[in-house]
Design a binder for this molecule. Structure first.
Ligand code: C2E
Ligand code: MG
Ligand code: MG
Length: 341
């Protein structure tokens, strides 16, 4: 009964939407109007009550990210919202307090030709007293949505440069890759901030590289190219992360000032067993070659996969087979053990 009622309502609302959505022409530019619809059941309560307005705002916010721009309020939606809000509060505290529960871990990238490890990827970790271990897969998108990711990026940059200084003092020369988010593309101060921090620590720009996911580059193409070009001009290496998941075209790759493609781990995790993945990975490697890009495969979990990638001319591998991400304190010892063997 409820479903059919909502079904009828949805059809009516979509009809109204058709009437309201129009394309306008302003100064030779077509502006398309899209209308998102959030539905809140407020039978018996005041439509302008704080509760209903809050529920409407949460529902509309969710509707905007739905393929049909439509969503009906549910208690689960409100619970998820409160969970995210609570997590954001904790994250904000972590970013500003001295006894911070964030940390960095580092995962080696192995050079398949020389067997050396001269690069690592910096991956953030959060062990919170309320939520326990929170994966970056959970909290990074929440921070991005709330506009808090810039603070996370600055925190990561500070921590990585501090760790690099310690390694330099121990005679360890290593390049660290930092993951950037799409919102970092709009931060005009980021590059100056990084350069200033590097200068203070007396480190060259080649100690850092940056990874940006393929889907993020696509979602904000012009800003991405502008930022990548600036980073490239300042001497930082750049990688396209999670390559193969964003459906980017070849012409598009040609315009990017990047040095490296990182094949997404979804194609690598079962590479030794899946023929489809093998065809895709071989194609990506030869594509990268034709654009003079180096290739990293992430998610290598066994020897068979390593051997296949080596045979096909992949340059670098990263994965649990080499090492899981490890805290700063373990890196120097791991490197000396690796190099000795
Ligand atoms: P990513 O940049 O693609 O990082 C690779 C992810 O794959 C990491 O997960 C790593 O632990 C995992 N991984 C590496 N080798 C293997 C393997 O052999 N098997 C499996 N199953 N997994 C492997 P993690 O650390 O959970 O990070 C997930 C994502 O969160 C990252 O994907 C990145 O997009 C984001 N992230 C992590 N740290 C940061 C950060 O400091 N800033 C930003 N903006 N994003 C970050
Ligand atoms: Mg990455
Ligand atoms: Mg990746």
């Amino acid at each position: 009964m409820v479903v059919s009622c909502y079904g009828y309502l949805k059809r009516q609302l979509f009809d109204i939407r058709k009437l309201l959505e129009e394309t306008h022409m302003i100064d030779d530019t077509f502006i398309e109007m899209r209308l998102a619809i959030g539905v809140v059941n407020n039978f018996g309560s005041n439509i302008f009550s704080d509760t209903v307005l809050k529920q409407a705002s949460i529902t509309l916010d969710h509707a905007v990210s739905q393929p049909d721009l439509y969503h009906v309020f549910s208690e689960k939606l409100e619970l998820d919202f409160r969970f995210r809000l609570e997590m954001l509060r904790e994250l904000e505290t972590a970013l500003t307090s001295k006894s911070c529960d964030l940390s960095m871990s580092y995962q080696p990238k192995l050079d398949l030709k020389t067997r050396e490890v001269k690069k690592v990827e910096a991956l953030i970790r959060w062990n919170n007293k309320k939520f326990g271990f929170v994966s970056p897969v959970t909290f990074i998108p929440i921070a991005e949505k709330a506009g808090l990711i810039t603070q996370v990026t600055y925190w990561v940059i500070n921590q990585v440069i501090q760790d690099l200084s310690h390694w330099k003092a121990q005679g360890i020369n290593i390049q660290v890759a930092i993951n950037l988010s799409v919102q970092d593309f709009n931060d005009e101060n980021l590059l100056d901030y990084i350069n200033e921090k590097l200068q203070l620590a007396q480190l060259n720009s080649d100690v850092l590289s940056f990874e940006i996911t393929e889907s993020e580059i696509i979602s904000d193409h012009n800003n991405a190219i502008a930022l990548l070009t600036e980073f490239n001009q300042k001497g930082f290496s750049l990688s396209i992360d999670d390559f193969g998941t964003g459906y980017s075209s070849l012409s598009y790759l040609k315009n990017l000032p990047v040095k490296e493609l990182k094949i997404d781990k979804s194609f690598i995790l079962k590479l030794d067993q899946q023929m489809d993945d093998q065809r895709i990975v071989q194609t990506i490697i030869s594509l990268a070659r034709s654009f003079n890009l180096e290739v990293v495969a992430e998610g290598v979990e066994n020897k068979e996969t390593l051997q296949l990638l080596k045979d096909w001319g992949c340059d670098w591998i990263q994965g649990y087979y080499i090492s899981k991400p490890m805290p700063f304190e373990m890196v120097a010892e791991w490197l000396s053990r690796h190099n000795a063997s």
